[in-house]
Design a protein around this ligand. Structure first.
Ligand SMILES: [Zn+2]
Length: 219
């Protein structure tokens, strides 16, 4: 290869690498530009002022300011670690619903929320005695490992008590991400949706909520 030819290849490869760099950088910059110039638009976030009972809409993901707390933007599922109390976002959803119910003339309150596994086990054993089998009992009280009460994501409202007020929650709870989930339990609510989404059809009873394998285990 003579000098002219090797110079040509030297410069040509240099320009080629430069062109590649420009393309890579401009692509990267465009990506960054898109993120910074157009913030992710999220659905309105509901912020509940836990001191004044006021509910406010925010159009940004982190728009709740103390003493406001967020009602969250998705269904609430249980954590990996066993909790020791009710999920706080779930509790805030209930507080917001409770304030709205009060304005409508209804009093709702949690009569059973978080339960220890020991308590759930005792309630389940009592139910087995009452209903005669684990399967029948599970239509009303689930075993401690499965029930959503010890996971802090289930509440019983006004039970046993003012059923009419709970009807208000059944009809209006979806605005706060709260749903009645079982046809046989008018008092039991869970945060299974994002606030504002429609509640799913109710299951006949708690036994129906068990995965097939677990249903087979419960006799
Ligand atoms: Zn319950």
């Amino acid at each position: 290869m003579d000098k002219q030819t090797s110079d040509f290849y030297f410069y040509a490869s240099g320009y080629f690498l430069l062109a590649c760099a420009v393309i890579v950088l401009s692509t990267t910059n465009t990506g960054v530009g898109q993120i910074t110039s157009a913030p992710k638009v999220v659905k309105p976030l509901l912020c509940f002022n836990v001191e004044s009972d006021e509910l406010r809409t925010s159009d940004t993901e982190q728009g709740c300011m103390a003493p406001e707390e967020s009602l969250g933007i998705s269904p609430i599922i249980h954590s990996e670690v066993r909790p020791t109390q009710l999920d706080r976002t779930f509790e805030v959803r209930f507080l917001a619903a409770q304030a709205a119910a009060k304005l409508a003339g209804f009093n709702i309150r949690i009569t059973s929320g978080f339960r220890s596994q020991q308590l759930q086990e005792r309630l389940f054993n009592d139910a087995v005695k009452k209903y005669g089998s684990e399967k029948e009992a599970s239509k009303w009280v689930l075993p401690k490992d499965i029930s959503h009460h010890p996971w802090g994501i289930a509440i019983d409202v006004n039970y046993p008590g003012d059923r009419k007020a709970v009807k208000w929650l059944e009809e209006n709870g979806s605005s706060f991400g709260l749903c009645r989930v079982y046809l046989n339990e008018w008092w039991h609510f869970e945060p299974v949706i994002a606030p504002g989404e429609p509640c799913p059809p109710m299951m006949a009873n708690a036994l129906e909520s068990l995965p097939t394998v677990e249903t087979a285990e419960v006799k």
